[in-house]
Ligand binder design. Structure first.
Ligand code: ADP
Ligand code: MG
Length: 259
């Protein structure tokens, strides 16, 4: 049986102010499934991603998150990654002088050493073979691996680095939160192409976006709509189609959600 990320009745506050943001979120993502979490700005999508990442700015006041049978909230962020959960922006660093390839090799080595302190890590030829294979799968130019990580990267290039990181770390479940900036159509296209190429029985994905025309880019089997810290609608691709045609207003009306 594959791994699953199970979010049950999750309630989350802003740690500093106690302001309530997530108010009973239920969501299960299994390996092999592609989910989209949609919803207007400010609905709590990024807060959910941050809680999965272990951001201390947020406090879980009720509910559970189970990943592959274990209590995720008990795990350090590094352990979450090692257990096979990938969160975009996990390593938002830009280290001058470190290439994309070096960075990815270090990430793999760190994981191998955490599992086995005596591990010597991945050899250069093994790593080169792995990276080339992944770049071919993603149809990425090999020269990208030699660039300095995030140094002068465009928003799209940062997304490419993120997708390549996901491809090489081979997570069980990946959470990709799109920013709500003007970049996000381009970013969503890059992320979606990557997900479409990498998806398979061993990878579960949650793509978070407020972008309603998501079906032009990605084909999620499951679509969820968040409003004011709760998932108020879940369905198949037809739900995304409806949002594309009619926007979010009908959701607001159906559930009597105030502006
Ligand atoms: P989304 O990603 O759906 O646009 P967010 O999760 O970023 O929504 O934000 C949900 C709500 O919680 C917003 O009203 C936002 O202002 C508030 N919020 C999120 N994080 C914080 C924080 N660290 N401090 C204060 N308010 C926050
Ligand atoms: Mg957001």
């Amino acid at each position: 049986m594959g791994a699953a990320l199970e979010i049950r009745n999750l309630h989350v506050n802003v740690a500093e102010t106690g302001e309530s943001i997530l108010r009973g979120v239920d969501l299960t993502i299994k390996q092999g499934e592609v989910h989209a979490l949609m919803g207007p700005n400010g609905s709590g999508k990024s807060t959910l991603a941050n809680v999965l990442l272990g951001n201390p700015a947020y406090e879980v006041t009720a509910g559970q998150i189970i990943f592959d049978g274990e209590d995720l909230l008990d795990m350090e962020p590094d352990d979450r990654s090692r257990a096979g959960l990938f969160l975009a922006f996990q390593y938002p660093v830009s280290i001058p002088g470190v290439t994309v390839a070096n960075f990815l090799r270090q990430a793999i080595n760190a994981r191998m050493k955490a599992e086995d302190p005596d591990s010597k890590g991945i050899t250069v030829p093994q790593f080169t073979r792995l990276l080339r294979g992944k770049m071919n799968e993603l149809e990425m130019d090999h020269s990208f691996a030699g660039r300095y990580l995030n140094e002068g990267f465009s928003g799209g290039e940062k997304k490419r680095a993120e997708i390549l990181q996901m491809a090489t770390l081979e997570p069980k479940i990946a959470i990709l939160d799109e920013t709500d900036s003007g970049l996000d159509i381009d970013a969503l296209r890059i992320v979606s192409e990557g997900v479409n190429r990498l998806k398979g029985p061993d990878l579960g994905v949650l793509v978070i976006t407020h972008y309603q025309r998501i079906l032009n880019y990605i084909q999620p089997e499951h679509v969820h709509v968040m409003f004011k810290g709760q998932i108020v609608e879940s369905g198949g691709p037809e739900l995304a189609l409806k949002l594309e045609e009619a926007g979010y207003e009908w959701v607001r009306e159906k559930h009597n959600i105030a502006e």
